[in-house]
Design a protein around this ligand. Structure first.
Ligand code: SF4
Length: 224
């Protein structure tokens, strides 16, 4: 039975990309070696055995922490029930969820009638049920030294790229080259930290390239 190291589980609205506004259950997995300097989930980077706790204890925490618990999909489904979650869309995020083989969890959730989305940096092979919606947010030249994989770019149902300056557009262009002449999925630019200059750059580039703007709407309306 496969199990996963989980940093947090919560129900909210998807705030980004194609599924913006959809009620969703977020499952944040622990562990990420990519090392983005602006990462807003740095507490998920390491899987420290000293911080393994029970699910009840982690779920009761009011603040972000590097605590985690281990659950199988069956245990997760039970946790959804016990918490009264009703959303039918699951977002598996991280950390870097593709550190794990996500085939068992995505398959079991889809069999149970959920739609499933994963959010990944594209630097690990994506192992997931074929109906999983894959959001690749390609991380280029990050301190962890990981490289975006061609297979991840080809598997992407959407590409979502945080931007603050021109060099981020150039980085995106460099990974889009991995797709060659293949059709491109929808591309979203997401201004980093709602900065004014980042937003202006994203708007200008989206119009010029016929790309789409993704705002972190959950941050504007003050939800998780
Ligand atoms: Fe953070 Fe995601 Fe970058 Fe990992 S890939 S460091 S979780 S932003």
């Amino acid at each position: 039975m496969s199990s996963y190291k989980i940093n947090e589980v919560f129900e909210s609205l998807q705030g980004e990309g194609s599924y913006t506004g959809l009620p969703s259950i977020f499952v944040r997995l622990q562990g990420c070696p990519v090392g983005c300097p602006w990462c807003d989930t740095q507490h998920t980077w390491t899987v420290d055995p000293d911080f393994e706790k029970t699910s009840d204890s982690v779920m009761a925490e009011k603040q972000e922490s590097n605590s985690w618990f281990e659950h199988s999909t069956e245990q997760l489904l039970d946790l959804f029930n016990r918490n009264g979650y009703v959303a039918k869309h699951i977002v598996i995020t991280g950390g870097e969820p593709c550190l794990y083989d996500l085939t068992p969890i995505t398959s079991q959730l889809i069999e149970k009638g959920y739609s499933v989305q994963i959010e990944t940096s594209g630097t690990y092979e994506i192992l997931a049920h074929q109906d999983t919606w894959v959001t690749v947010s390609p991380k280029v030249n990050m301190p962890g030294g990981k490289h975006v994989l061609v297979s991840a770019m080809q598997r992407a149902n959407e590409i979502k790229h945080p931007v603050a300056m021109e060099k981020h557009i150039e980085e995106l262009d460099s990974v889009l080259l991995l797709l060659g002449d293949s059709p491109k999925p929808n591309i979203y630019l997401q201004p980093i930290s709602q900065q004014k200059r980042a937003t202006e750059l994203a708007i200008k580039t989206c119009i010029a390239r016929n790309w789409r703007l993704s705002l972190q709407t959950h941050k504007f309306i003050g939800i998780e």
